[in-house]
Design a binder for this molecule. Sequence first.
Ligand SMILES: [Mg+2]
Ligand SMILES: [Zn+2]
Length: 193
Amino acid sequence: MTNSAIFIDRDGTISDEVGYVNHVSRYRVFPFSGEAIKLINVSPLKSVLVTNQAGVARGYFKEEVIGQVHSKLREELGNHGAKLDAIYYCPHHPTVGEPPYRQECNCRKPKPGLLHRAADDLSINLQNSYMIGDRYSDVKLAHSVGARGVLVLTGYGRGEYEYQRDQWTREPDYVAEDLLGAVKWILGEEAKD
Ligand SMILES: [Mg+2]
Ligand SMILES: [Zn+2]
């Protein structure tokens, strides 16, 4: 018995893209995110956040800031009765900073390490899963593991969609205005099966 999941990028997707969130006070959850995650929670799918936080390797902030930010995220989602089933992050960078954060890891998206870790921990079948993000690299990551990829137009999404689309090797499975639209599309697809 395996689970399906919706993997969700953090900055630009569930919360505002403000550059490096080097202090919890900079972190802004989008107003629609609680409703979106709640919809996942009442479906059979798991909700899993996956985020690159190379600001740690770059020395812009300590790893504990990530924990503070994720506490704030969980609290705000909780206000809507919503919860993430798991959160995974990559604090590494291949060339900047000091070890252990400076390393050629397998978890910095679009590498698939975070998804594989989640798949092991939560018995997720990646081929029946989805990844939502505001970068085409998130869509590519989805396709590289056999999942479906949804681009949202929040964060970097609109710019990538308007100016980079001609370089895409494979279209996203869906392009949504925002996380809520993406989740509604996915749950509609799931209802077809
Ligand atoms: Mg992003
Ligand atoms: Zn990593």
